[in-house]
Design a protein around this ligand. Structure first.
Ligand code: GLC
Length: 492
């Protein structure tokens, strides 16, 4: 085999990977994508810090894990920081775990505020990636970095006083999972990591006299992807670009959108061990069992009304304000609702208050409970996602797999994955456009009208359950992108 036919070697550098470290959808994607790519003969591996709880998770799951003989050292701010490296095998994926208990001590992964001390761990992780070949004897062709914390890697490869010498050895792909977080910091921070003066220009990290890590990282990367095709356009608009729409508008040649998938080993009602009864489109009796359990969990009697579920972070992005305004006007007579998730204290309080105000039709669990999330998908009729913006969204895809019909705002990945049922026989949900409680209410009304007509509803559920959002298609696109980069020609 000559080197051109050898599998392309990709090191994913990330701060989240399910099940080891997860705060949101990014963790799910990193738990599934490298695994799926390995089936496509890509030698995909992961570099992840040992945040609190990671080693316990490795042990609990019985993953093989051993320490490598050599440590990694990185100079930052005139000091040398070191980390021990472990190699774990997580569901068939080699994962390099970087252990430095002082730097990676935040169980929440992302800091509350950005300071020299709180961003330093991400700089260390990004630059440690360059040392991987020396301690492992495995040298990637491509670094695939995810979101702003590791967008420091392409910045360093282009502008770091030492690491820029490695520039021609690697290609870098940056995937943007959420444009709302960009890592805007004081320029002195980057200087203290060894980033040279050339970086601080309009064609680099400079951003209103500050340094914008996502911007600089994007400029310095060879290819940029967003997690859905529509979102690659959304970020070029003033509403979706969070100040960088002009920058991304100028990058058309290297920017593309590749839709996330879901892992049907985890998210299929046919083989889900976490739900009370299994079912499929051909026999839905198990779904009735799941509904029964969900209703019991909420301390309700079943009154036959549709149950809407929200599973996700209680943050502004997810449209929580219009969701609660709509429920307040709609709920007691038309439907019941459950919400599972945590997030901004004001939204958490709102959910608790609703549960007290409407004990017979609203139930919430503040926090994350995996088993309950599975039950909510399986036992509910509708999944509501009225997001203000949504790079991809996983909840609507999971809902469809469990025959829970999505009611979504047509933005980003929601627009790419849900087809409006009233406009099409092969529709899979209900889509509205304007961000308002009124529009959401109208879409909910349409969903509930369909629910009352059993034939229409069954046809709709058949459509949702037969949609295929496996990683298969996305991995083909990533493989094409990696191979295009390696051969020096990006796919058009
Ligand atoms: C972020 C986005 C979400 C996306 C996920 C995985 O959490 O908000 O839309 O599905 O990343 O890419």
């Amino acid at each position: 085999m000559n080197s051109k036919d050898a599998p392309v070697k990709v090191l994913n550098v990330t701060v989240e990977m399910a099940p080891l470290a997860k705060q949101g959808g990014l963790g799910d994607v990193l738990g599934a994508l490298p695994k799926a790519l390995r089936y496509k003969s890509v030698d995909a591996r992961v570099l992840l810090p040992v945040f609190p709880g990671v080693m316990e998770c490795v042990e609990r799951n019985g993953y093989e894990c051993s320490a490598l003989p050599r440590e990694i050292h990185v100079a930052l701010d005139w000091r040398v920081y070191s980390a021990r490296v472990y190699l774990a095998e997580v569901e068939g994926v080699p994962v390099y775990l970087l252990e430095n208990g002082k730097l990676f001590d935040n169980p929440a992964i992302y800091p509350q505020s950005l300071s020299a001390a709180s961003v330093m761990p991400f700089a260390f992780l990004s630059m440690a990636a360059f040392e991987i070949p020396a301690v492992t004897e495995w040298k990637p062709d491509i670094f695939h970095v995810h979101d702003w914390p590791v967008a420091i890697l392409p910045i360093a490869l282009r502008w770091h006083r030492h690491y820029r010498a490695l520039r021609s050895d690697y290609d870098v792909v940056l995937t943007i999972h959420n444009m709302a977080h960009q890592g805007i910091v004081d320029p002195s921070m980057l200087t203290s990591w060894g980033i040279t003066r050339e970086a601080f220009s309009i064609d680099g990290v400079e951003y209103h006299s500050q340094s914008n890590i996502l911007k600089g990282g994007a400029i310095a990367s060879d290819a940029i992807t967003t997690v859905s095709p529509r979102y690659s356009w959304d970020i070029q608009t003033p509403e979706g670009g969070f100040g960088l729409h002009g920058v991304f508008g100028g990058m058309k040649g290297k920017l593309s959108g590749i839709l996330n998938g879901i892992d049907y080993d985890v998210w299929s009602p046919k083989n889900d061990a976490l739900i009370p009864a299994r079912y499929g489109a051909d026999d839905m009796s198990g779904k009735a069992e799941c509904r029964k359990r969900l209703v019991e969990t909420c301390h309700w009697e079943d009154d036959g009304k549709p149950i809407a579920a929200f599973v996700g972070r209680l943050v502004q992005q997810k449209g929580i304000d219009i969701l609660f305004t709509m429920l307040d006007r709609f709920m007691p007579d038309n439907c019941r609702a459950v919400a599972i998730g945590s997030g901004m204290p004001q939204y958490e309080d709102w959910a608790r208050r609703f549960a007290r105000m409407y004990p017979d039709c609203f139930w919430c669990c503040i926090g994350f409970d995996d088993e309950l999330a599975h039950l909510a998908y399986a036992g509910s009729d509708i999944i509501v996602m009225p997001s203000l913006f949504e790079p991809c969204g996983l909840s609507q895809l999971i809902g469809m797999s469990y025959g829970s019909v999505p009611v979504v705002r047509g933005t980003g990945g929601l627009a790419d994955t849900v087809i409006d049922f009233d406009g099409s026989h092969d529709g899979t949900g209900f889509v509205f456009s304007d961000y308002s409680a009124d529009e959401l209410l109208k879409a909910m009304r349409r969903a509930i009208d369909a629910f009352r007509d059993k034939d229409r509803w069954n046809a709709l559920i058949k459509n949702t359950m037969s949609s295929d959002f496996s990683w298969n298609k996305s991995t083909l696109s990533y493989t094409e992108l990696y191979n295009g980069l390696r051969s020096g020609e990006l796919p058009s």
